[in-house]
Write a protein that binds this ligand. Structure first.
Ligand code: BTN
Length: 263
């Protein structure tokens, strides 16, 4: 079934998120690109852009994101948060937490967060999140793009060692129900961080974060180190215990990998 709004908006519990929707039945370059353009023309908080297939799906660190027709949830939502811009990075945690909750609620599968914002299932990547920020007369905005692998065909065979999908784990591949649940959970998480900062979601995040307690490699552009991920601090930074003491890792252009593999 396609993600035509009529199929899932009856499930929507939100006030703003997803109340204005652009759904593209056919090919789109990238929901992030299209929504960024809409944001530049004044689109409101909550506008959702989703499609069946992307030809130029974009991942973090300038990677491509495979997005074949009907195989996943490829969406972006425009957020104009009431949050100081320096706290905007916590929105990435809101998105990860919201998608983890949506997957659990709809499929019963225990998707977990790999800090800062990938979802994993059975040690492999299930979902990626790409946030892009811009500024206009209204303040700053965030285009929050989410790619969730639902069917087996969501990713190319050469990524099978590190990617997975809901279908492979026997979960109900109800994409519309996942979209509605994600938007509901994201609106709640945003409201919590708008009131309390990262503290508003910290406990939920810690419970869902598979990285905590694991030995990790932290790989940046000009450094790398190994340690045990102990906790996330009040700003959402990862605290990694190394031989030289506790190091604070900010979400950005670093990769955090398990020493035995992706997680
Ligand atoms: C990652 O590298 O892990 C992030 C992947 C984000 C992919 C999604 S699919 C919908 C939205 N549109 C894009 O072009 N990218 C994001």
């Amino acid at each position: 079934m396609s993600l035509t709004p009529a199929t899932w908006t009856p499930l929507l519990t939100t006030r703003a998120l997803g109340r204005a929707v652009n759904h593209y039945e056919h090919t789109l370059t990238s929901t992030n690109l299209v929504l960024k353009d809409m944001a530049k023309h004044g689109a409101p908080h909550g506008r959702l852009c989703l499609c069946e297939k992307q030809t130029a799906g974009r991942g973090r660190m300038d990677r491509q994101w495979s997005s074949p027709e009907g195989q996943g949830v490829w969406l972006s939502v425009l957020l104009r948060p009431s949050l100081p811009v320096e706290n905007a990075p916590v929105i990435t945690f809101c998105c990860a937490l919201a998608m983890a909750k949506a997957v659990r609620q709809v499929t019963g599968l225990d998707a977990q967060i790999k800090w800062p914002n990938d979802l994993v299932l059975g040690g492999k990547k299930l979902c990626g999140i790409l946030l892009e920020m811009g500024f206009d007369a209204q303040g700053y905005y965030v285009v929050a793009g989410t790619g969730l692998n639902v069917r087996r065909g969501a990713y190319p065979p050469e990524l099978a060692h590190q990617a997975t999908s809901i279908e492979e784990h026997g979960g109900v591949p109800d994409r519309g129900a996942i979209v509605a649940a994600y938007l509901g959970a994201l609106e709640d998480a945003l409201a919590a961080v708008e009131q309390q900062g990262f503290a508003g979601i910290a406990e939920d995040f810690r419970r869902s974060c598979i990285t905590l307690g694991s030995q990790v490699n932290v790989i940046g552009t000009d450094m790398s180190f190994t340690g045990v991920a102990e906790d996330v601090d009040p700003a959402g930074a990862l605290l990694v215990r190394t031989e030289d003491g506790l190091r604070r890792v900010l979400a950005g252009d670093v990769s955090v990998r398990g020493v035995m593999g992706y997680v």
